[in-house]
Design a protein around this ligand. Structure first.
Ligand code: THU
Length: 157
């Protein structure tokens, strides 16, 4: 046997103003989307914004339901909506932010959303950049879902 190691690379920005204009705007659109989340059960509002290769942006927010598992995360609302409306565009970037009723706060995509992101990368053969809002307004920037969900599922159909 052999011990193997994987290293992930990411960047941390001290605030949104350090981002390139298009990525800062994307985060602002995610923040705006969080304000329209339907999250009466958790009170945790999440906003996501997807930037596509033709420059269009599709936003989403978490949609909860009294039958709890029927709800959906902001990221998947945005990703599925983007793919439904713009099937031929690849995803350049996804921004995500939480809001806990007091302030914007950290939100990092859950495992299920990461699996969905991995599939869209494979579908289009293009890596996406993921921007997460962190405590204090810092931003984490990772390119390639392989760094967020190593060894993700892929069926040999
Ligand atoms: N949620 C998201 O929308 N995105 C995430 O990355 C994690 C969690 C939602 C699901 C639920 O509506 C609420 O946040 C609390 O878990």
């Amino acid at each position: 046997m052999e011990k193997k190691t994987r290293v992930i690379e990411y960047y941390e920005y001290k605030d949104m103003n350090e981002l390139a204009d298009n990525e800062r705007r994307l985060m602002e659109q995610a923040m705006a989307a969080a304000n329209h989340a339907y999250a009466p059960y958790s009170g945790f509002h999440v906003g996501a914004a997807v930037l596509l290769s033709d420059g269009s942006v599709v936003t989403g927010n978490n949609q909860e339901n009294v039958a709890y598992p029927s709800g959906l995360c902001a990221e998947r609302v945005a990703l599925f909506s983007a793919s439904a409306q713009h099937p031929d565009q690849h995803i350049v970037a996804l921004a995500v932010v939480g809001h806990n009723q007091e302030q914007y706060c950290e939100a990092s995509p859950c495992g299920a959303c990461r699996q969905v992101m991995a599939e869209y990368e494979r579908r289009h053969g293009q890596k996406m950049t993921v921007l997460c809002y962190l405590e204090g307004g810092r931003i984490r920037r990772i390119t390639g879902v392989e760094s967020l969900l190593p060894f993700n599922f892929e069926a040999q159909l």
